[in-house]
Design a protein around this ligand. Sequence first.
Ligand SMILES: Cc1cc2nc3c(=O)[nH]c(=O)nc-3n(C[C@H](O)[C@H](O)[C@H](O)COP(=O)(O)O)c2cc1C
Length: 172
Amino acid sequence: MPVTVPHFDTAFFRSALGRFATGVTVVTAETADKQPVGLTVSSFNSVSLEPPLILWSLSKSSSSLPHIQASQGYVVHVLSAAQVKLARRFAYGSQTDRFTDQPLSRTPGGLLMLADECSAWFACRHYAQHDAGDHVVLIGAVEDCARTANLPLIYHAGDFDLTPNNLPLSQA
Ligand SMILES: Cc1cc2nc3c(=O)[nH]c(=O)nc-3n(C[C@H](O)[C@H](O)[C@H](O)COP(=O)(O)O)c2cc1C
């Protein structure tokens, strides 16, 4: 149901949301003509253990949206603290630049993924999609996942956490 609050300060709302620290992921998929698409996403979260489900939200203004909706599935890569450059590239670079010189791989189920070692990854088939304001909430059924001992990248207050205990500044 649409909700309009005329007095609502969107900038303040966004800033308050920024107090919630998140991890950072890159979601990749394949277009119908087998081109890679992907973007940086922090709205990832767990949903269910049985069956294994995750969620994330995708802006309706995202160029990736139609491709991801039409795809066979997608891979959510949980970035490590050493992967802030990847996070920036997949948020601010063009789709073509994001995949230039980017090593790619396949999940056991055949979904396209980044070859880089992340903190964890989740290979998902589409389970459900929900219209939600200016975003679409995607729920994924996890068919494969993996994890490493790499510390995760943290994002809050509109920026990446590059403090020394999380990431050596030399890697920022
Ligand atoms: C840390 C971070 C988290 C982000 N999280 C999301 C997200 O959860 N959903 C989303 O739609 N965009 C998110 N974005 C923005 C997209 O990564 C960015 O707009 C990207 O350019 C979209 O690419 P596209 O339009 O080619 O799909 C995030 C950006 C950053 C830097």
